[in-house]
Design a binder for this molecule. Structure first.
Ligand SMILES: NS(=O)(=O)c1ccc(NC(=O)NCCCCO)cc1
Ligand SMILES: [Zn+2]
Length: 253
């Protein structure tokens, strides 16, 4: 998926050249401050059963989304969106690895908390193809000191080095949020195939700080399965910024 990936995805997924593709480069001074944009509200349940999976292009922590116990609402959203999973994108070193960029600058990594509109749609799959079906909260990761809670995830990564899944006990992703919930928001898409144009993006301005050591544990994951003879390290699993095509980015700031 990632080798020559992003540049050839349009052959199988023509929507890759659509009018609301993600990620994008966010230019703060060109964003429209919209006073009608209220705060984003995260009501994440203290404990939702879940598993962690190396799906061959990222590491995903999945939640039980059979009810509304963990939802995001407010901000640009007309109703609550149910948390389904979170995952990361990262590079091979230093400050490249995020999908969204800010005034041309990229971060070392980017965390995506994926939610779906269970008020209007019956399943995630149905929501994933609807223009207001998904809401993804994007959080930048910058290197610095150890993140005191991220180690719960990074310490479990050795169990999913290959393309496998394992259960982990309760983890509330609220502990991965920065102190400020100021955000930019725009209409976009999934950043990997099928690239559906179904995402209301909410990208937080403030990054969280994680250590180089913690990020390094993501880089020891493999794209390949245990049975495969060649071992390909999972890194650079980020899509570069896509054309804005006239879209407006609004800011809560
Ligand atoms: N990086 S991202 O935009 O947050 C993202 C989130 C979910 C997915 N894909 C996903 O959830 N696939 C499950 C089935 C989707 C189509 O039914 C791809 C990219
Ligand atoms: Zn993502």
């Amino acid at each position: 998926l990632w080798g020559s990936g992003p540049s050839v995805w349009h052959k199988n997924y023509p929507v890759a050249q659509g009018n609301r593709q993600s990620p994008i480069d966010i230019v703060p001074h060109q964003a429209l401050h919209d006073p009608s944009l209220g705060p984003v509200v995260l009501n994440y349940d203290q404990c939702t059963s879940m598993n962690i999976t190396n799906n061959g292009h990222s590491v995903v922590v999945q939640f039980d989304d059979s009810d509304d116990r963990s939802v995001i609402q407010g901000g640009p959203l007309d109703n609550p969106y149910r948390l389904k999973q979170f995952h990361f994108h990262w590079g091979e070193k230093g400050c490249h690895g995020s999908e969204h960029t800010v005034a041309g600058n990229s971060y070392a990594s980017e965390l995506h908390l994926v939610h779906w509109n269970a008020v209007k749609y019956k399943t995630f799959g149905e929501a994933a193809t609807a223009p207001d079906g998904l809401a993804v909260l994007g959080i930048f990761l910058e290197t610095g000191d150890d993140h005191r809670w991220l180690h719960v995830i990074t310490d479990a990564l050795y169990m999913v080095k290959f393309k496998v899944s394992t259960t982990v006990n309760c983890f509330n992703p609220k502990c991965l949020l920065p102190s400020s919930l100021h955000y930019w928001t725009y209409l976009g898409s999934l950043t990997t195939p099928p690239l559906h144009e179904s995402v209301i993006w909410i990208v937080l301005r403030e990054p969280i700080i994680v250590s180089e050591k913690q990020l390094g544990k993501f880089r020891m994951l493999l794209f390949t399965g245990e049975e495969e003879d060649q071992r390909i390290r999972m890194e650079n699993n980020f899509r570069p910024p896509q054309p804005l095509k006239g879209r407006k980015v609004r800011s809560s700031i």
